[in-house]
Design a protein around this ligand. Structure first.
Ligand SMILES: Cc1cc2nc3c(=O)[nH]c(=O)nc-3n(C[C@H](O)[C@H](O)[C@H](O)COP(=O)(O)OP(=O)(O)OC[C@H]3O[C@@H](n4cnc5c(N)ncnc54)[C@H](O)[C@@H]3O)c2cc1C
Length: 492
């Protein structure tokens, strides 16, 4: 009989981080992944000599954040992060940095002057309310704006909402807009981390952060920005009532604590795989069809064979849990049914040469009609494209009321409308349709608890935590999962 301390269902970044952390706490872990590959949405692969990622990615909260906490405490090998650069807005007539503070807003002439004033007042008001503890998670971004703004301004707010929550400004809360744009901080310090997880037997101490990680793992320009964040506690770690407003008025330093992993997104995956001890076994092509329980307690899982364990961590869609666990309480199943998801389309274009339009480091947003978020990723690392060529990914939120074919066509039409000169240079095109987050952060959308009605069965992944986004959110969920396992007396 195969018996483990822990079985992890799913080998996306959440499942692998769960396996890494639990194994470093001394557990014997089995990871079961239904597809042929590990990594889920956190991976890279090559198409005609261009290395694409599974969606365009910016890794956030690298100065002080959950992924950093996990890297500091559990990784044996760290990815190297390149400076993410800036966010830009492209229109038919111009290209400008996204305003991240009051001064930028005043000179951001892509929107009418009157609207800019109204928007900056609305942001200042929201920040003030949030600073004094007013809950803005039920108020939509749309409801917080006056109703006489121009179409461009609504399109702009709508595009930002779509990229922050996967849904429109009517379904995105003001709170989400503030945290997503880093004006309001959601983060985690080493002290908070240790109070949740307890200290490990052989902790890798973080005093070394500045000497080791900053020295070796971040590109020089990103390092100097982060040193600014770390050395200026008012803007980083110390809670201070006016930090958020300060960020908006002066400079949004935290927004800069972002990076792109050198060698692509798979570098994040590889550093987790490299750090796994021998006590972790991974089986691919192994779909978990049933989670086994006995008298309300988890006992194992079934693929084509049964595996037994004291603990199961499930990192597939929480929404799908009722398909694999029998007899869940009705109210719990209804709660999971309230989780909302969004699909995204990423179009990757390999260009036969470097073009002037992509002569920058960072990403760009097109906010008119069909918004996209695009990143020329070979500017971070030229090895992602063949010599002298360029690679860019364009992410769109899919309208699920339309066919995928028509959404793909609309995406290409938008790209070639926004960047008319690139079509003739395209030598590789590739599309991906994915669910970027297992739960969209909408006003009415639900998130699942880490604990389930089944004893010793836990959930982890982006549908169990509503803070931040993507891999950062997955890392938050792992820390919360470790906290729950610890509280239940199962960790140490
Ligand atoms: C277009 C796009 C853009 C993105 N941009 C960013 C970004 O800028 N920054 C960022 O941080 N993140 C970003 N993300 C999100 C990030 O990639 C994901 O949040 C993260 O990779 C999710 O990891 P996960 O392990 O929780 O889920 P997944 O990657 O979905 O992994 C779940 C795994 O579980 C497996 N599984 C499910 N059910 C079973 C079962 N029954 N048995 C066995 N295996 C099972 C699945 O096959 C899968 O491999 C983006 C994603 C996309 C698609």
């Amino acid at each position: 009989m195969d018996k483990y301390d822990v079985i992890v269902v799913g080998a996306g970044i959440s499942g692998l981080l769960a396996a890494l952390t639990l194994s470093k706490h001394g557990k014997k872990v089995l990871v079961l992944e239904k597809s042929e590959h590990v990594g889920g949405n956190c991976n890279s692969y090559t198409i005609d000599g261009f290395q694409v990622d599974t969606g365009a990615h910016a890794i956030t909260h690298l100065a002080v954040g959950p992924l950093k906490m996990l890297m500091d405490n559990y990784f044996d090998y760290m990815p190297v992060f390149e400076d993410y650069g800036n966010y830009h807005i492209r229109t038919e007539t111009g290209f400008q940095k996204v305003p991240s503070n009051l001064r930028d807003f005043v000179t951001f002439d892509m929107l009418p002057k009157k609207d800019r004033l109204v928007l900056s007042q609305a942001i200042t008001k929201a920040l003030t309310l949030s600073t004094f503890g007013v809950d803005l998670s039920k108020q939509s971004a749309y409801d917080s704006l006056p109703k006489n703004l121009s179409k461009d301004t609504y399109d702009f707010v709508n595009a930002i909402s779509h990229f922050l929550s996967g849904k429109s400004m009517k379904e995105t809360s003001v709170h989400r807009m503030l945290t997503g744009s880093s004006f309001v901080r959601d983060s985690i310090t080493q002290e908070q981390f240790e109070s949740i997880v307890g200290s490990k037997d052989t902790p890798q101490h973080t005093e070394s952060i500045l000497q080791s990680i900053l020295r070796y793992n971040l590109h020089t320009s990103l390092r100097s920005k982060l040193m600014g964040v770390l050395e200026n506690p008012i803007k980083s770690t110390v809670p201070h009532p006016f930090v958020s407003i300060g960020r908006f008025a002066v400079s949004n330093q935290t927004a800069k604590a972002q990076g792109y992993p050198r060698k692509g997104l798979k570098a994040v995956l590889n550093s987790v795989l490299y750090s796994l001890p021998d006590t972790v076994e991974i089986h691919t092509n192994s779909e978990v069809k049933r989670i086994l329980t006995n008298e309300g307690k988890v006992t194992g899982v079934e693929t084509d064979q049964a595996y037994y364990a004291d603990i199961v961590v499930y990192t597939g869609f929480a929404k799908n849990l009722p398909d694999v666990v029998e007899d869940l309480p009705r109210s719990y199943v209804d709660e999971l049914g309230g989780i909302v998801q969004t699909k995204s389309l990423t179009v990757w274009l390999g260009l036969e040469k470097r073009i002037d339009e992509f002569n920058y480091v960072g990403s760009e947003i097109w906010f008119k009609d069909t918004p996209y978020w695009a990143m020329p990723i070979s500017n971070y690392d030229s090895s992602l494209a063949p010599k002298e060529k360029q690679l860019a990914g364009f992410v769109f939120v899919l309208d699920e009321n339309r066919s995928e074919g028509s959404e793909i066509k609309k995406a290409y039409d938008t790209i070639y409308h926004a960047l008319p000169s690139i079509e003739r240079h395209v030598e590789m095109q590739h599309e991906q349709i994915t669910i970027p987050e297992k739960a969209a952060v909408t006003i009415s959308g639900k998130f699942a608890d880490i604990r389930t009605p089944i004893k010793n069965m836990y959930l982890a992944g982006t549908d169990t935590d509503n803070r931040s986004m993507g891999i950062t959110r997955a890392a938050y969920s792992i820390i919360e999962m470790l906290g729950a396992v610890n509280e239940d007396g199962n960790l140490h």
